[in-house]
Design a protein around this ligand. Sequence first.
Ligand code: G6P
Length: 366
Amino acid sequence: GTADKGEYRHYMLKEIYEQPAVITNVLEGRIHQGQVLEQIFGSNASELFDQVKMVQIVACGTSYNAGVVARYWIEKLAGIPCMVEVASEFRYRATVCMPGTLFITISQSGETADTLSALREAKEQDYLGFLSICNVPGSSLVRESDLSLMTNAGPEIGVASTKAFTSQLVALMLTALILARRNGYAEEEQMVANLQQLSALCEQVLALDPAIQKMAEHFVDKHHTLFLGRGTIYPVAVEGALKLKEISYIHAEAYPAGELKHGPLALVDEDMPIVAVAPNNSLLEKLLANLEEVRARGGKLFLFADSKAQVKPGDDLELITLPDVPTVMAPIIYSIPLQLLAYYVAVLKGTDVDQPRNLAKSVTVE
Ligand code: G6P
């Protein structure tokens, strides 16, 4: 009911604003003396993690996008191969299981039919074990997995997932750190400190709300948009595009910026806004060069960037500068302005933000 939304006009906005608290919740009881606790995954977790040589992630929708971010983290920090696939493909394909593979499902509801079926299929194979990252304790996915890590985001009502996504990312970072520890990773304490500062950073990004609301006006009469990112920010761009299409019904596509020249550059004109996400990472210069290619072709850019991105705003470039973020945490922080952008575009268009047409919160039948 209206009461539950408190001061907010929609559940989605309320849930976006809950993210600083949610991030604190995911970490609550999971850290001890600068280290991630292993028993939070289940009683036999340590033994199982010792044997992991590879990771296979399976999920749908927004949860899948979280999985793609995790792949970058797991391969970088833990140095083990990680594959990610949407559940509806995985379950119907002849997949090959390498010995020592940990099977991870990610799901807000724990009841998504395709994800659950993929888990059941995988259980017929020789996977090392099954871990579920989930927001609903006692859900089917959790009950049928050996290990689980609850994301503790609280009930999410808006069909477009927001706080569930960022809480999944934090949980996946905890998982990556547990695996990284076995790879001689020496910066766990620093990373944990970064995680503990995330909530405050989140608050700072939410303070950009009025600027993002203003930016949203440029999208209302558009029919197509392109989202760009590179590295860990590519899946963030994909998630940003998903949010926009789900609730504003504007066609939104995401591309890794390095692929622009292999096709999408042909679409660029003044009628297709381009949203680019540019934290300070090793790919910043390359991304900025990609954006110049877009600018030179008359495309209008909407850039969310670190203060180190030296670009001059102008008629063809709107810039929102984000606070400094540790590079590895950027996917979590940079997701938030994209959620707000989609939200305000949808509000301006007058769509049913919390209940977009044709979509369901949880898809429990195929
Ligand atoms: C539906 C929802 C999405 C969600 C997806 C996967 O499509 O609308 O927000 O990401 O299902 O759901 P899950 O509960 O498995 O995360």
